[in-house]
Design a protein. Sequence first.
Length: 136
Amino acid sequence: MKILLSGTASDSHTWNLVYLRLFLEEHGHEVVGLGPCVDAGLLADACLRHAPDTVVLSSVNGHGYRDGLDAVRALRAEPALAALPVVLGGKLGVVGRRQDEEVRSLLDAGCDAVLGDDLDALRAFLAVRARTEVPA
Ligand code: B12
């Protein structure tokens, strides 16, 4: 699958993105990496341009819930991206545990999965998408 991998708007961390690119490539995916500090508008433009099969968003600086919500809303506001699978993960808040209300808001906004640090869950999420992909 072609995966667009991106950091979130306020997050300057990069090693998470380096790690995830390697992880995704080792699992046979083609990766388009946008790098850190990608605002929601730029993310939506990049998805229109690259036409990925799935978007993987990574945030570790503690503002992931908020940045992720902006990102998902920008994608879902674009008709061509309304059904594009989007998964968000990392260290999303500053309280050190999953925050159910924030997760709910993200899912309601159209995020397909909110995964925290769990790479096994990411692998499973992508495996399901790969199986349901319609060949061109
Ligand atoms: C190195 C580091 C930095 C470096 C970054 C260098 C770089 N080039 O990236 C510097 C010094 C620049 C930095 C800056 C800051 N940092 Co910093 N940083 C770290 C540190 C020590 C290691 C992060 C790292 O590189 N890990 C290695 C990579 C490979 O792993 P990872 O980032 O943990 O990502 C893994 C998982 O999160 C997961 N994952 C990530 N994304 C996704 C996505 C999906 C879909 C899935 C499934 C999994 C997943 O998989 C990855 C591999 O296992 C952590 C603390 C720690 N020990 O983790 C703090 C930490 C991430 N930083 C933190 C903070 C607060 C900051 C600053 C805001 C500090 C400040 N006040 O200025 C700034 C960020 C400013 C900004 N605008 O973003 C906090 C975040 C708090 C939180 N989330 O609760 C942490 C956790 C430290 C702490 N305990 O407080 N930081």
